[in-house]
Design a protein around this ligand. Structure first.
Ligand SMILES: NC(=O)c1ccc[n+]([C@@H]2O[C@H](COP(=O)([O-])OP(=O)(O)OC[C@H]3O[C@@H](n4cnc5c(N)ncnc54)[C@H](OP(=O)(O)O)[C@@H]3O)[C@@H](O)[C@H]2O)c1
Length: 229
């Protein structure tokens, strides 16, 4: 097994810690920050989101800037990173942007029992990866490394965040805080309940704070592998 990819978890949250408001794609961030995120995306080999995010937000998960796409192509890379999702139900629309936008490979990790059905329905548009009896993020990361992924960007949602953080698989957290409240406890949260490696007795390292217009970017170094710039 290869060493797991350098992993960045990137998301934006409201002042009360929500990822959205139950409507698709609530804009928590601003244009300048979307531009920053695009640059980070362009530096990665793969972008991962949970199946609920694929269903709710219908994200394209592409590098938007033509200059950055050209720069990747000149380096012999696909213009955008691979797209990764994880699903148990594999109830995903083959016409969603996750599958139809961009040329890069799309991978779905699911449990052994779901593979046959997933390949029948989505085999033509994605690589279905048998992740064993239950999908575990550590094993998923090792498999991605075996597939040549050196840098991974995890972009939501909260269920996926919770597993990556509680399994100590994140090297860098990029948390953007938007200047408003959602105020709905049924909305998706940044993370759900879990046993996280960082607590009152073991505080995370705040590596950088940057104001970007009306939002703030907090960068946390969560492992000794943190690549601060
Ligand atoms: N603000 C931001 O930066 C941001 C970013 C991304 C998303 N969001 C928001 O976040 C919300 C979605 O977040 P969420 O927490 O509800 O869901 P999520 O993390 O996007 O996806 C959860 C789903 O992923 C699959 N999954 C996760 N772990 C799995 C495992 N170990 N094995 C098998 N399948 C697994 C399951 O899919 P199945 O149900 O298919 O089995 C599960 O229901 C959306 O409202 C979206 O708008 C916000």
């Amino acid at each position: 097994m290869s060493e797991r990819p350098y992993t960045m978890l990137s998301c934006s949250v409201s002042l009360d810690g929500y990822l959205g408001d139950r409507t698709p794609r609530l804009a928590l961030s601003n244009a300048a920050d979307f531009e920053r995120v695009d640059e980070v995306r362009a530096s990665c080999d793969a972008i991962m989101v949970g199946a609920a995010t694929v269903r709710t937000d219908n994200p394209r998960l592409l590098v938007r800037s033509q200059a950055r796409r050209d720069e990747r192509t000149a380096r012999g890379l696909p213009s955008s990173p691979k797209k990764i999702t994880v699903s148990e139900r594999v109830d995903l629309d083959e016409h969603s942007n996750f599958f139809t936008a961009g040329e890069a490979e799309k991978l779905i990790y699911t449990s052994t029992g779901r593979v046959k059905d997933a390949r029948r329905r989505l085999g033509p548009v994605a690589t279905i990866v048998d992740a064993g009896r239950r999908v575990r993020m550590r094993r998923l990361c090792e498999d991605l490394a075996d597939r040549g992924v050196g840098r991974l960007m995890v972009e939501g949602g909260g269920i996926v965040h919770t597993q990556f953080l509680s399994d100590d698989l994140v090297d860098e957290l990029q948390l953007v805080v938007a200047p408003f409240f959602v105020g709905d406890s049924n909305a998706p949260r940044f993370v759900s309940d879990g046993r996280f490696p960082w607590n009152a007795g073991r505080r995370a390292t705040l590596a950088d704070v940057r104001q970007i217009g009306d939002v703030v970017l907090l960068r946390y170094a969560l492992s000794p592998r943190f690549q601060g710039t």
